[in-house]
Design a binder for this molecule. Structure first.
Ligand SMILES: [Ca+2]
Ligand SMILES: [Ca+2]
Length: 211
């Protein structure tokens, strides 16, 4: 696959505050193909969790915090989970995308969504701390329902994207799931969902076990 396209957001991996970024539109010339065989996360459950979270967030918000400022809910994550507004955990076990999403559901969460470059960088650090490198890992987006329409399995809107050069490519018409740390730029790539990779889960209030 060529790398003729400019990445949406490129950064070096010193992980200081100096990141070089350029921007471009997604490649719109790749093959578009529907794939009705794929599965997706339990969005109604995710939305129910969000509803509870937002309700609790209002209860926990300090008085006056809503005056022109986002409501800040109290996030408490159990051991092994990292708090970045939500709770995140990297899993080294290599699973297919649907298996990984199912595993996250067992903890009361989903595969992780990414809502900003800051969250992208934080997840990269989480992975590096666990593996010593920027290991490729599944995140929670898929376009398996409608080719080219990427949806987060937690039901949140994909308002931020960080695809690598020429991605998403939908290579051979079979790439419908999103991974982080792809290629020389360690950005996002679409890959075949049946490939086994480590993964990152998110949860608002993770259960302590997957049982
Ligand atoms: Ca695709
Ligand atoms: Ca790809």
């Amino acid at each position: 696959m060529s790398r003729s396209q400019t990445p949406v957001a490129r950064h070096t991996h010193t992980h200081t505050q100096t990141h070089t970024r350029t921007h471009t539109l997604r490649d719109s010339t790749e093959e578009k193909k529907n794939n009705s065989s794929c599965q997706f996360g339990d969005s109604p459950v995710a939305m129910a969790i969000w509803t509870v979270f937002l309700f609790l967030g209002v209860l926990l918000a300090p008085e006056g915090v809503t005056h022109g400022q986002p409501i800040q809910a109290l996030i408490i994550c159990p051991p092994q989970w990292s708090a970045f507004g939500r709770c995140f955990k990297f899993f080294k076990t290599e699973l297919m995308w649907t298996e990984a999403e199912t595993e996250c559901l067992k903890y009361g969460g989903n595969l992780a969504s990414v809502r900003s470059l800051r969250e992208h960088l934080l997840l990269q650090q989480l992975i590096k701390q666990a593996t010593g490198s920027f290991t490729r890992a599944w995140l929670g987006a898929s376009d398996c329902v409608t080719e080219g329409t990427w949806l987060w399995s937690d039901g949140s809107k994909m308002s931020f994207q960080n695809w690598g050069p020429t991605q998403p490519s939908n290579y051979l018409g079979k790439e419908n799931c999103l991974e982080i740390n792809y290629g020389d730029t360690y950005q996002w790539n679409d890959d075949a969902c049946n490939v086994r990779k480590p993964f990152v889960c998110e949860a608002l209030s993770p259960r302590l076990s997957s049982i």
